[in-house]
Design a protein around this ligand. Structure first.
Ligand code: GLN
Length: 455
C-alpha cells in the first residue's frame, strides 16, 4: 500500500490536532524501519495503524497521557501490536489520550488536549481522541483505541468514523495498561466498517499470556449482505429519552427507516436497568483503577518526584505531581467505595446492579432480538472546556456506551448523519462473540446511509 514516507508526511501534516505523541523525526525513522521489515504477504501489508498510548509498544514510549509515565519504554509489546506487525501493518506512532484512558474528551491528557478534526473549538471525544481525530482527519485508515466505558465508540461518533468495541475476551489485554480490568478491551477506529473490522480480525483470538482472553480462533469477517431479511433489531426505549438532542433523534429515525428498508424487523424493547448504568460504572471503574494504579509509586516506573526523606514522602510527591486531577479523583472515589465501611453500600451494590444490567441484555436477546440499535452519544461533539469543571456532565456523555462494557457484549458506532457539519453516530450492540452478525448489519447500514448529509 502506501510507502513509509507518504504515511509519515500525512501524519506530520495533521500536527495541529495534537493527536500524535510521537515526535515527527522518530516517527519517520520508525516507519521506514518497519516498512523494510514488514511481511509482504500479510493481510494488512503496508497499512499504517496508529496505537493509543496506553498500549505497549517497543518502538515508542508508552505514557498513557500521563506525567507519571513520561519517557517510559515498555520492555515488551502488546499482543495486539505483535499481531498487527505479523500481518504486515506499520505501527504509525502513539496517539494522545485522556490520562490512563479516564475521560470523554481527551482534555485530560498531560500532553495537551486533542483538537476535533472538523472544528477546532470542539473536542474529539475520548479517551481515544487522538486515534479518532487522526482517522477522522483522513491521516490514517485505522487506529487502535481502548474501551473501558465507551472510549472508542464515543470519539468515533464525534469524529465521524467507525469504532468497534469487541466482546470482553475477544482481544488479548496483554500489554494494554490496566484501568478497569473487568471492563477493558482494545478496540479499533476505522474510516469504514471494513477497515475497522479487518484490523479487529487480525488482533482478535487466543493468547496464552492473558487468562481473560477466550480460547477462540480470530474473528472471521462476514461478507456484505444483500439485505437484512431475517434480522430482528431492537430499539431500547431507555436510549431514546425525551431530552435526546433533536438532531441525534432525526439521524436515528432515518437510520431505523433504512434498516427497515433493508428488510430488518424492528421492534421496541426495554432494558429497564439502563438508568443505573452510569452510576454503576463510576463505582466499578474507579474501584478497579484505584487498585491498578497503585503500582505507579515512583520506584518501578517513570520519573520520580524526589527530595523527601521517607518512603511515604516519595509516594506522596510522585503520585501527587505525576497524576492529573481526574486520575486523582478516580483513585479517591475508588479507594472510598472499596473501604471497609462503604464496600457494601457502594461496591457490592454496583456489582449486583452490573449483573442486572447484563441480564437485561440477555433477556432481550433470548426473546429473539439479534441486535440493538441506539444513538452512540446524547449529542454531537461538545465545545472544549464545556464540561471540564463538571465531571458529572462529562460522565453523562457515556450514558449509551457504558452498558456494553458492563455487560461484556460487542458494540459498534458508525456515522449516520451530520448536524451543522458535525458527525452523529449510531450504535449497534450485539450478542457476546457474535461480532459477525453485528458487522453484517453495520456493513449493510453503512452502504445506504448518507453519513455526511445533514439528517
Ligand atoms: N469516559 C469513560 C471514563 O472516563 C470511559 C473511558 C474509557 O472507555 N476508557 O471512564
Amino acid at each position: 500500500m502506501s510507502d513509509a514516507k507518504a504515511v509519515a508526511d500525512r501524519l506530520v501534516k495533521s500536527k495541529r490536532l495534537n493527536a500524535l505523541l510521537t515526535p515527527s523525526k522518530e516517527l519517520r525513522s520508525a516507519l521506514t524501519a518497519q516498512a523494510a521489515a514488514a511481511r509482504p504477504t500479510g493481510v494488512l501489508y503496508g497499512m499504517p495503524v496508529a496505537v493509543k498510548d496506553n498500549i505497549c509498544t517497543l518502538e515508542f514510549t508508552t505514557t498513557c497521557g500521563s506525567r507519571i509515565l513520561e519517557g517510559y519504554r515498555s520492555p515488551y509489546e502488546a499482543t495486539a501490536v505483535t499481531k498487527l506487525k505479523a500481518a504486515g501493518a506499520l505501527i504509525a506512532g502513539k496517539t494522545n489520550c485522556d490520562e490512563f484512558a479516564m475521560g470523554s474528551s481527551t482534555e485530560h491528557s498531560a500532553y495537551g488536549r486533542v483538537v476535533h478534526p472538523l472544528d477546532k473549538t470542539r473536542v474529539p471525544g475520548g479517551s481515544s481522541g487522538g486515534s479518532a481525530a487522526l482517522v477522522g482527519a483522513g491521516a490514517l485508515p485505522a487506529a487502535l483505541g481502548s474501551e473501558t466505558g465507551g472510549s472508542v465508540r464515543q470519539p468515533a461518533s464525534f469524529c465521524g468514523v467507525v469504532g468497534i468495541k469487541p466482546t470482553y475476551g475477544r482481544v488479548s489485554r496483554y500489554g494494554l495498561v490496566a484501568f478497569g480490568s473487568s471492563l477493558d478491551q482494545i478496540g479499533v477506529l476505522g474510516r469504514s466498517v471494513h477497515d475497522a473490522a479487518r484490523v479487529l480480525s487480525v488482533i482478535s483470538g487466543r493468547d496464552p499470556r492473558d487468562a481473560t482472553c477466550e480460547d477462540r480462533d480470530p474473528l472471521r469477517l462476514p461478507t456484505v449482505p444483500e439485505s437484512l431479511q431475517g434480522f430482528v433489531i431492537g430499539l431500547p426505549r431507555e436510549y431514546f429519552p425525551t431530552e435526546l438532542d433533536p438532531a441525534v433523534r432525526r439521524a436515528c429515525d432515518r437510520a431505523v427507516r433504512l434498516l427497515r428498508d433493508l428488510g430488518a424487523a424492528v421492534r421496541e424493547v426495554s432494558l429497564p436497568h439502563t438508568a443505573y448504568a452510569v452510576p454503576t460504572y463510576y463505582v466499578i471503574a474507579p474501584a478497579e483503577a484505584s487498585s491498578n494504579l497503585a503500582r505507579y509509586d515512583g520506584v518501578r516506573y517513570g520519573p520520580r518526584f524526589d527530595g523527601h526523606a521517607d518512603l511515604r514522602g516519595l509516594y506522596r510527591a510522585t503520585r501527587g505531581q505525576g497524576f492529573g486531577a481526574e486520575v486523582r479523583r478516580r483513585i479517591l472515589v475508588g479507594t472510598y467505595v472499596l473501604s471497609a465501611g462503604f464496600y457494601d453500600a457502594y461496591y457490592r451494590r454496583a456489582q449486583q446492579m452490573r449483573a442486572l444490567i447484563a441480564q437485561d441484555f440477555r433477556n432481550v436477546f433470548d426473546r429473539g432480538v439479534d441486535l440493538l440499535f441506539t444513538p452512540t452519544t446524547p449529542s454531537p461533539a461538545f465545545k472544549a472546556g464545556e464540561k471540564l469543571s463538571d465531571p458529572i456532565a462529562m460522565y453523562m456523555s457515556d450514558i449509551f456506551t457504558v452498558t456494553a462494557n458492563l455487560a461484556g457484549v460487542p458494540a459498534i458506532s458508525l456515522p449516520i448523519g451530520r448536524v451543522k457539519g458535525l458527525p452523529i453516530g449510531g450504535q449497534l450492540i450485539g450478542q457476546a462473540f457474535l461480532e459477525d452478525e453485528m458487522l453484517e448489519a453495520a456493513y449493510a447500514l453503512e452502504r445506504v446511509v448518507p453519513a455526511t448529509d445533514e439528517s
